[in-house]
Design a protein around this ligand. Structure first.
Ligand code: NDP
Ligand code: GDR
Length: 329
């Protein structure tokens, strides 16, 4: 039975990846912060077969202990401070977790396994946010990186550190440059979930309006369930490499609003959406659109859920949750 260790197990991708690996017969270990993590219950109820280990990406010794306990064949490093807006307010801790945390994860594998470090296949969760002020449209593995946030800068550090460990120590370390991917498990601070939750509440008369920031930004949005499959495929290759994972389509936030409101029968949503500079960013990433040709041809990966289906999936899930919360179902 293959064994996998996942950091970021309490997050959106951690849960989907754990489900995928369990369905493939893996023994799965989840690395989680703190004895009292409020998300422990969620993980235990969603993926009860995952064995939980506690630690922190900023603590090398806790990663070493997790490796000792799990003896993994595959190590997926998904843990990060992942909210871009927060990274300006807390740049230092973001660089420690999202940046140096990757170094700790790589170093823990090298120290733990020594000359056999290549036998633990390593996945790093890199991000389209590294393209920032885009230098090329669409963005591929060859596109120059120009991060526009402390989060993006930290991800660039982790990305190159992963490549460096591959080249210096022969580690099987791959980096997935994933574009935005969403789901009903997306944190409510991210724009897609913030909208799906608000649309559900507005349609049920529980909320009057929603306040957003920049509506002109464009993103290449996919479904998280599809994207974790690409992570797994990367670690099944003989050679480690870097891959862009994206739908190759870009949509404005306004299009997401159009589809989400239309799904609950509201066509004229403009009066329901307010804008507040509080949700604007000091620097914006305006146009993300990925070119995932390499992943499609080499890995045989293809996204299955398209943009309209993603939006309706999220709104339907929030409608069900809100109805449950107010006792309507
Ligand atoms: P989430 O924000 O949902 O999850 C982040 C996870 O990291 C949580 O489990 C969190 O744990 C954990 N974490 C935070 N700080 C630490 C720490 N100091 N030590 C250990 N774990 C920590 O992110 P996603 O699931 O959406 O994303 C997974 C990864 O992929 C992240 O690295 C993200 O940056 C990256 N990524 C995501 C994309 C997306 O669109 N979703 C696109 C590209 C990259 P806790 O619950 O304790 O806070
Ligand atoms: P992003 O996702 O920054 O792309 O990072 P987010 O959903 O936070 O923002 C997307 C775009 O929407 C605009 N926006 C708002 N965003 C939020 N959160 N709240 C608002 O009210 C709002 N109004 C407009 C933003 O300005 C931005 O342009 C996500 C994270 O998962 C990262 O970890 C990951 O690396 C990248 O995706 C790829």
């Amino acid at each position: 039975m293959p064994r996998a260790l996942i950091t970021g197990i309490t997050g959106q991708d951690g849960l989907y990846l754990a489900e995928l690996l369990l369905s493939k017969g893996y023994e799965v270990y989840g690395f989680m912060r703190g004895q009292n993590n409020p998300k422990r219950e969620l993980v235990e109820s969603t993926v009860p077969d995952v064995k939980l280990l506690t630690g922190d990406l900023t603590d090398l010794s806790s990663l070493m202990r997790a490796l000792e306990a799990s003896q993994p064949d595959e190590f997926y490093n998904l843990g990060a401070i992942s909210f871009v807006a927060y990274s300006w307010e807390n740049a230092h801790v973001t660089s420690e977790v999202t940046g140096q945390g990757v170094l700790n994860a790589l170093e823990s594998v090298r120290l733990f396994a020594g000359k056999d470090a290549h036998t633990i296949r390593f996945y790093q969760a890199s991000s389209s946010e590294m393209f920032g002020k885009v230098q090329q449209v669409p963005q591929s593995e060859e596109t120059l990186l120009w991060p526009r946030s402390p989060y993006g800068v930290a991800k660039v550090f982790g990305h190159y550190m992963t490549i460096n460990y591959r080249e210096s120590y022969g580690m099987h370390a791959s980096s997935g440059i994933l574009f935005n991917h969403e789901s009903p498990r997306r944190g409510p601070e991210f724009v897609t979930r913030k909208i799906s939750q608000a649309v559900a509440r507005i349609s049920l008369g529980l909320q009057d309006s929603i306040t957003l920031g920049n509506l002109d930004a464009r993103r290449d949005w996919g479904f998280a369930g599809d994207y974790v499959e690409a992570m797994w495929l990367m670690l099944q290759q003989d050679e480690a490499d870097d891959y862009v994972i994206s739908t190759n389509e870009t949509h404005e936030i306004r299009e997401y609003l159009d589809l989400a409101f239309a799904h609950v029968g509201i066509e004229d949503w403009e009066p329901l959406v307010k804008q507040d500079p509080r949700f604007m960013r000091p620097a914006e990433v305006d146009l993300l659109i990925g070119d995932s040709t390499k992943a499609r041809t080499t890995l045989g990966w293809n996204p299955k859920v398209d943009f309209p289906s993603l939006v309706t999936m999220m709104v339907d899930s929030d409608l069900a949750e809100q109805k449950r919360l107010v006792g309507l179902s």
